[in-house]
Design a protein around this ligand. Sequence first.
Ligand SMILES: Cc1ncc(COP(=O)(O)O)c(C=O)c1O
Length: 431
Amino acid sequence: MKNNELKNRDLDVLWHPCTQMKDHETLPLIPIKKAHGIYLEDFEGNRYIDAISSWWVNMFGHTNAYINTKIKEQLDTLEHVILAGFTHEPVVKLSERLVKLTPANLQKCFYADNGSSAVEVALKMSYHAHYNDGKKKSLFVSLSNSYHGETIGALSVGDVELYKETYEPLLLQTIQTPVPIDMSEAAALEAAKEFERLCEQRAKEISAIIVEPLIQGAGYMHMYDAKYLVLIREICTKYDVHLIADEVMVGFGRTGELFACEKAGISPDFLVLSKGLTGGYLPLSVVLTSNEIYAKFYCDYNEHKAFLHSHSYTGNALACAAANATLDIFENENVIEKNRVLSEYMSQKLQKFTTLSNVEKIRQTGMVAVVELKGYDAKQRIGLKVYEYGLRHGVLLRPLGSVIYFMPPYIITKEEIDIMMDVAYEAVKNL
Ligand SMILES: Cc1ncc(COP(=O)(O)O)c(C=O)c1O
């Protein structure tokens, strides 16, 4: 049996991400033979609805015919070229489009190849921009319960203990300011006041605040009101602190707008994008910033103000072709409007969970719907039970602790939403 054979070969040689490998003594690894649309398929023909868009990256389904064609066309033309001193059409076209689509002040694109690296770029660029202005501002502020990735800088501005605790001695000094405790405007006002208090005391040291706009992904899908973004934008401007919007997860329509910042009508100083950027096909990330920031680095070489940061695969041509194809679909297929209908449908389905006694609460922003359970402690690993139940019934759910969420590709149908959410409902009912 191919499933078993591949599992055994895998466990001989692979170390999987974010995994206690011993779990696989009892928890089966799932070898995927192929995938199409929202379905993953193993070697025995079992199919799984990808309810989490393969770690939040997939936008328009697996092996999407249009994106496939565009990548294949690119493959026969140019696969990759160094981006220092050289350029290519896909990266120029993508940058022109991103500059048009994102908030008005963002006019320059700097590429990396994953979300964490792009967060590193934004942090370094922020520090360096102040430095080039003659200011030494080496402190970064982030929100309590935030997540920005796993590299040292990104982990330093994160606040999820599970990922961070062990590495504390290795990390940069950062400060966390409280995230709004819920989705109310009052909570937004309260949290913004706290940030202002911090700025009053320490703005001279603070380079930037980095936030996940509207939804804290790995922070158990905590959500807050757009008013918070409006208020911190004002505070950042007042105190000469940069605002970094990490839209690695929320970007490309997850919150119901193409970018979450649009919901607040704000322009950050740095916008970080990855995940959905290539439709979930290839690793690529980008930091957009203003001409004003860019100008701080622009001078004669010997003034030593250049941003000498690079990654080998920066602006990879195949990844840019996938990203351009993804933007074509957004443009041509009225995706954001169509998603409103799907999101409304998920919202109706979500209500049913409130009848279960082990459900604490439900919440939703755009295309992200959440069910939070109550009455379990971390040792019970309740999420794992839901994960296993989901797999036995053909749905890939991957709860964060006791928080179950739905973040499907946008091509999901109402009938498939029924299956996805009914399986989760039964899983919760059977706990
Ligand atoms: C908000 C946010 N920022 C950054 C990252 C890190 O991205 P990557 O996993 O591509 O390094 C993630 C990953 O989940 C994320 O959700």
